[in-house]
Design a protein around this ligand. Structure first.
Ligand code: T1G
Length: 691
C-alpha cells in the first residue's frame, strides 16, 4: 500500500490516500495524487477520477506540522488544487469521516462531492490562527453563499454532510459502501461537458452580511488577526474575479501563518494532544473498564461532576448525608438539563434518559459495586480522610478512589487506605459540567493502570485531561495564588484594581484578577486565609481584601465586592473601596505610585511563568505545554497567546528574566538557565529529559 493507491474500476480511476491517522496532506500525498492524475490523463479509457481517504477519514487538512517548513519543501496544496480545478475529466471527492481545511478545499476543487451521511465538512483554520489558504475563502462562498461560508469559517465548526447536501456543498449522500456509490456516481457523470467549475461562479453576499460579521468578531475573536482576513476575503469572493481573490488569499494566509497568534494556537493544538502522552504510560498499559460511577457529595461540584458521566451515558450513584441535600442536588442537576433543553440543545427525552441513569442514596455502602468513586465534599483533610477510610472498606477490589480536591495532598488522603495504588485526584473546575479542564493528580503510589484509566475516562467525558503532581494547588491553583498575590501587591503599590484588570483584559483575558475574585467570591479566599492563619497560630489576617470582605462585600454574589454590580453585572469602581485602599496604604506607610499597564501585565503574566518554571523543575508538570493547556482551559488565558509559557517563549526568556529582575522578582533557576542558554520552554520535557 502506497501513500496514494491507484485502482481502476470500470472507466473510473480511484485514488485512495493512505496517510494515517487522518490523511493529512503530508509530504508524499501531493506527489501520489499528481501521479494519479497523470495516469488518468494519459489513459484515454479513463473517463473520471474518484479521490477517497483510506482508513477512517477523507483528508482532514493540510499537515499542520509542515506549516513552518521552508516553502519549497512544504507540500504544495495550492499547486495541486490549481491542477485539480482545471482537470479535463470529471473528478469526484468521496467523503467520509472529516473533510476539513485543505481536505474540504481539495473536495471543492473536484467537479463533484459525494459523502456518507455522518461525514463532517468544515474549514477550521481560524482555530489555528490562520484562514483557509487553498481556495476555501473563494470557493465556499461561491457554493453556500457568503453568510453561511462566514459562519463556517469564523466558527471553524464543521457541518454534517446532510446539511452540506442541502446547501449544494455535497452533490449526493451515499447510502451503503462509499466507494461503490462514488464510482457509480463518477460513471454516471463521466460525460459531463462542460465541467461545472465553482471558480467560474460569483458568490452571493450583501454588504450587511460583511458589516455584521465585522461587528461580530469584535466580541467573538477580540484581538485576533485571521478572522478579519477571512471576512475581507469572503467579501472579495462576491466582488472580484476568482483569480484575484485566490492571489489575495495566499498573501493573507502567509501573514496570518507567520503571526504569534497562529504559533500560539498551533502550539496548543499539539500541546492538548501531547498532554495525553504520559511518561511511563503506553497504549499497552492495562486499563480497568468503567461501567458505573459513584459520587460522594451532591453539592455544586458533585452535581456538576455527575452530569459529565450522565452525558457520557454512564450510570451514576450519588451520595449525600441528608435527604434535603440530596433532593437539592438532584433538583439542580435536573434544572441544568431542563435549561439546556429550553435552549434547544437537548430534547426532553435526553433529559429523562440522563436523569434515569442517576441513583440517589444516603448510604455510602451502596457504592460497593462502583468501578470508580469520586469524592466531592468540603475541602477539609479530616473530612476527606474519614471518607476514604470508609470507602476503603466499602469499595470493591480494583475500584478507583478519586478525590476532587483542588489543593490538598492526595498522598495523605491515599495513606488512610490499604489501596493507595487505586487512589488518584480528579480535580474538576467549576462549573464542572462546563469547564473542559481536568487536572489528573498522580499521587506517589497511584498505579499506571489507574492513571491510564483516568486519562481514558477524561477523554470519554470530553475533558482535556492533564496529569499533575502533588503539591499545594497542583498546577493551576498554585500558579493563580502567585498571580493573585502579585495583583494585590500592585494595588498596594498604588494601582487601582480596575487598571490591573484592564491590563489583563488588554492581554486578551476575559477577566482580570479582581473581576475573577468578585465572580468566584471574595469570601472563599478570606475563609482560607483565616483558616490557614488559625492553624498556623498566626494573627488574624487584616489585609485590604480582608477588610473589604468584612464590610460584607463578598463579590458578585452580594452585588458588591471590589466593584459594585448593577443589573448588567458589569464591574463598577466603588468610592468606599477606593478610600479603604488609600487608608490602608497610608496605614502601611506606603506612598502610592503610578503603575502602568505594561508593568501590571508583565508582572502578572510573568508571575505565572516564574511559578510555572518552578513547577516544571519540580516535575509537578511534565512539560510546558501541559501548563499552557491548564491555563487556557482552566483560567481563560487566551488560546491565541498559546498559554503563559508559550507567551514567555514568544517574548524571549532573556527579556522575561530582565523584566522579572526589574520588578524585584527572582527568576526561577530553570527560567534563568534556559534564558542563559538561549533556550525556550517549548522543547523542555521532564519526561524525556531536558532539551
Ligand atoms: N496535521 C497534522 N497532524 C494532525 C492533523 C493535521 N491537520 N490533524 C490531526 N493530526 C494528528 C494529531 O496531532 C494526532 O497526533 C493525530 O493526528 C490524531 O488526532 C491550507 C492551512 C481530524 C477531527 O485543523 O480536528 O488545512 O497525537 O487526536 O480526536 O487551508 O484531529 O496521534 O501524534 O485530534 O480523532 C485544517 C485538525 C488544517 C483538523 C480527528 N485541519 N484535526 O480528531 O484525533 S490547516 C484541521 C482535527 C489547513 C488549509 C489549511 C482532529 C480530527 P498524535 P486527534 P481525533
Amino acid at each position: 500500500m502506497s501513500i496514494v493507491d491507484q485502482l481502476r474500476q470500470g472507466s473510473t480511476l480511484v485514488l485512495t490516500i493512505n496517510n494515517p491517522p487522518v490523511n493529512a496532506f503530508s509530504p508524499g500525498v501531493p506527489e501520489g495524487l499528481h501521479a494519479g492524475l497523470d495516469a488518468a490523463e494519459q489513459d484515454q479509457t479513463i473517463k473520471s477520477v474518484v479521490i477517497i481517504g483510506g482508513g477512517r477519514t477523507f483528508i482532514a487538512g493540510a499537515d499542520i506540522k509542515t506549516f513552518d517548513m521552508p516553502r519549497e519543501q512544504a507540500p504544495d496544496l495550492r499547486g495541486f488544487i490549481v491542477r485539480l480545478d482545471a482537470f479535463a475529466k470529471p473528478t469526484v471527492a468521496a467523503i467520509h469521516g472529516t473533510a476539513l481545511g485543505g481536505g474540504l478545499e481539495v473536495a471543492l476543487a473536484c467537479t463533484y462531492r459525494v459523502a456518507v451521511k455522518d461525514a463532517m465538512l468544515g474549514l477550521p483554520e481560524v482555530k489555528l490562527g490562520v484562514l483557509p489558504g487553498a481556495g476555501g475563502t473563494q470557493r465556499l462562498p461561491r457554493v453556500v453563499g457568503a453568510q453561511k461560508a462566514l459562519e463556517m469559517m469564523l466558527s471553524g465548526n464543521p457541518i454534517k454532510a446532510s446539511e452540506a447536501a442541502g446547501l449544494g456543498l455535497v452533490d449526493e449522500i451515499v447510502d451503503g459502501d462509499l466507494l461503490t456509490g462514488a464510482v457509480k456516481f463518477a460513471e454516471a457523470h463521466a460525460d459531463t461537458r462542460p465541467l461545472p467549475r465553482i471558480s467560474e461562479k460569483t458568490a452571493e453576499g450583501s454588504s450587511e452580511v460583511f458589516a455584521a460579521a465585522r461587528e461580530g468578531i469584535k466580541k467573538t475573536h477580540r484581538g485576533q488577526l485571521a478572522p478579519s482576513f477571512i471576512i475581507d476575503l469572503a467579501e472579495k469572493a462576491t466582488t472580484i474575479p476568482f483569480q484575484e481573490g485566490w492571489d489575495a488569499e495566499a498573501s493573507l494566509f502567509m501573514q496570518a501563518k507567520d503571526s504569534p497568534q497562529s504559533r500560539g494556537l498551533r502550539h496548543i493544538f499539539f500541546a492538548e494532544r501531547e498532554a495525553g502522552k504520559i511518561a511511563g504510560i503506553g497504549k499497552n498499559t492495562p486499563q480497568s473498564e468503567i461501567k458505573s460511577v459513584g459520587i460522594i457529595g451532591a453539592g455544586t461540584m458533585g452535581g456538576g461532576i455527575a452530569m459529565n458521566f450522565l452525558n457520557a451515558g454512564l450510570p451514576v450513584m450519588i451520595v449525600e448525608t441528608a435527604q434535603d441535600a440530596l433532593d437539592r442536588g438532584l433538583a439542580t442537576i435536573r434544572k441544568n438539563y431542563e435549561n439546556t433543553a429550553k435552549k434547544g440543545r437537548m430534547t426532553q427525552d435526553d433529559v429523562e434518559k440522563r436523569m434515569g441513569l442517576l441513583t440517589p442514596t444516603l448510604d455510602m455502602a451502596d457504592l460497593k459495586d462502583a468501578d470508580i468513586i469520586i469524592e466531592a465534599v468540603f475541602e477539609n483533610m479530616d473530612v476527606k480522610k474519614d471518607i476514604f477510610t470508609k470507602l476503603d472498606a466499602i469499595a470493591k477490589p480494583g475500584a478507583i478512589l478519586a478525590s476532587n480536591t483542588s489543593t490538598l495532598d492526595v498522598n495523605e488522603i491515599a495513606s488512610v487506605t490499604k489501596r493507595p495504588e487505586s487512589v488518584i485526584g480528579l480535580h474538576f473546575f467549576s462549573p464542572a459540567n462546563v469547564m473542559k479542564l481536568l487536572e489528573i493528580v498522580r499521587a506517589d503510589k497511584t498505579s499506571a493502570s489507574v492513571l491510564a484509566t483516568s486519562m481514558a475516562l477524561a477523554k470519554k467525558i470530553k475533558k482535556v485531561g492533564v496529569v499533575v503532581g502533588v503539591c499545594d494547588g497542583f498546577v493551576g491553583n498554585r500558579m493563580i495564588h502567585r498571580y493573585s498575590d502579585e495583583a494585590r501587591q500592585l494595588v498596594e503599590a498604588g494601582a487601582a484594581p480596575q487598571d490591573v484588570d484592564a491590563a489583563m483584559n488588554g492581554l486578551g483575558l476575559p477577566m482580570g484578577p479582581f473581576q475573577m475574585g468578585d465572580m468566584a467570591g471574595l469570601d472563599i479566599g478570606y475563609a482560607i486565609r483565616q483558616h490557614q492563619a488559625k492553624v498556623a497560630g498566626q494573627p488574624k489576617p487584616d489585609g485590604w481584601l480582608d477588610r473589604i470582605v468584612e464590610k460584607g462585600r463578598k463579590g458578585q454574589k452580594t452585588a458588591a465586592g471590589i466593584y459594585d454590580y448593577g443589573e448588567d453585572r458589569k464591574p463598577k469602581p466603588n468610592a468606599e473601596v477606593t478610600q479603604l485602599l488609600a487608608d490602608y496604604r497610608a496605614e502601611q506607610g506606603i506612598t502610592p505610585r503610578e503603575v502602568g499597564q505594561e508593568e501590571a501585565s508583565k508582572r502578572l503574566t510573568y508571575s505565572l511563568v516564574n511559578e510555572g518554571a518552578k513547577i516544571l523543575e519540580e516535575g509537578i508538570a511534565q512539560r510546558a505545554g501541559d501548563i499552557d493547556v491548564i491555563y487556557i482551559y482552566g483560567y481563560g488565558f487566551p488560546a491565541y497567546r498559546g498559554g503563559p509559557m508559550q507567551y514567555a517563549d514568544e517574548q524571549g526568556l532573556k527579556n522575561v528574566v530582565a523584566d522579572l529582575e526589574q520588578y524585584g522578582q527572582t527568576p526561577a533557576p530553570l527560567l534563568k538557565q534556559l534564558a542563559e542558554q538561549g533556550g525556550t520552554f517549548a522543547g523542555w520535557d521532564k519526561g524525556e529529559g531536558r532539551s
